[in-house]
Design a protein around this ligand. Structure first.
Ligand code: GLU
Length: 293
């Protein structure tokens, strides 16, 4: 069998302008691909159509080209592949590991506040959000069907306990060549349970980040996922979905984040560290490379 080249990707969401943190991610992926005689793909993660805008997508292309990066065309745009995510969801449904959930954000907040007022410490996911308090997963099939037929908005969630049970005793891990939040590297044991029943699709967004990222990484033959440390814990969910959907396991490399002067992660709303702002101020792409180290 001929050796297939490694495949890297940079996968921004066009919901704001790229900043120095994105520049680091994009340049790392590009340079690691070049060094390994591999391929470098760009994927536009525009599932959330309420926040994504064509002008931000255009700015992504402009910023990356200005940084001197070159990527394969055509670019995969997630909004054009909703059927791929729908069939993955259907497969999970056939495995019996998803259920429709109807609690709104406000209802979740109130239920958690209630439990905490009663002295209970409600579990939170690695991003700090409370785990889903609803109990629709326990409903019999007929009542579930009524939920989806009722006209009320609902979201499909992964029944985390059932999904983990389905894997049996096999432990779930990934190979990490970068650094986790505690500088972990090597074989990392995944802990998807920490996330609770994650959302896989909802009425206003037909697929979630977790679902579309694993489907696309597989469809595009991604062998190396190089991304920021902020997504390190999400890898646990991605490994679980990959196993449930029989998808190949890429290698992972989580890189350091670039922090702002306040010590916090850069955000897309902070225009000062935007790549376009540096360009407008007359800085060069070489200077940006030096700045991100
Ligand atoms: N679209 C995600 C973001 O912009 C990145 C996804 C990934 O690299 O896995 O944060």
């Amino acid at each position: 069998m001929p050796d297939t080249p490694p495949v890297f990707r940079f996968a921004p969401s066009p919901n704001g302008l790229l900043h120095l943190g994105h520049a680091l991610s994009a340049v790392l992926n590009h340079d690691m691909a070049k060094a390994a005689n591999g391929r470098f793909l760009l994927r536009i993660e525009d599932i959330d159509q309420t926040r994504c805008r064509p002008e931000f997508e255009a700015a992504i292309f402009e910023d990356l080209a200005w940084l001197g990066l070159d990527w394969e065309r055509p670019v995969r745009r997630q909004s054009e592949h909703l059927d791929a995510y729908a069939s993955a969801l259907q497969r999970l449904d056939m495995l019996g590991v998803i259920y429709p959930s109807v609690m709104t954000r406000g209802e979740i907040k109130a239920a958690v506040a209630d439990a905490e007022a009663g002295g209970q410490t409600w579990p939170r996911d690695p991003d700090g959000s409370p785990l889903y308090p609803g109990r629709e997963r326990e409903l019999p099939q007929t009542e579930r069907a009524a939920l989806t037929a009722g006209g009320k908005a609902y979201a499909w969630r992964l029944d985390m306990e059932k999904a983990i049970a389905l894997l049996g005793k096999d432990h779930l891990s990934w190979a990490e060549s970068g650094h986790g939040p505690e500088d972990e590297t090597g074989t990392i044991i995944a802990d998807p349970a920490a996330w609770g029943d994650v959302i896989l699709s909802r009425s206003d967004a037909p697929s979630s980040y977790h679902l579309s990222v694993v489907v696309d990484d597989a469809l595009q033959g991604i062998t190396h996922v190089v991304r920021g440390r902020d997504l390190y814990h999400a890898t646990s969910v991605h490994r679980l979905l990959q196993r449930l959907l029989d998808l190949p396991e890429p290698l992972y490399h989580h890189h350091r984040l670039i922090l702002g002067p306040d010590g916090r992660k850069l955000s897309k709303s902070n225009q000062d560290t935007g790549i376009a702002a540096f360009r407008a101020a007359g800085r060069t792409a070489e200077e940006i490379r030096a700045l991100i180290g």
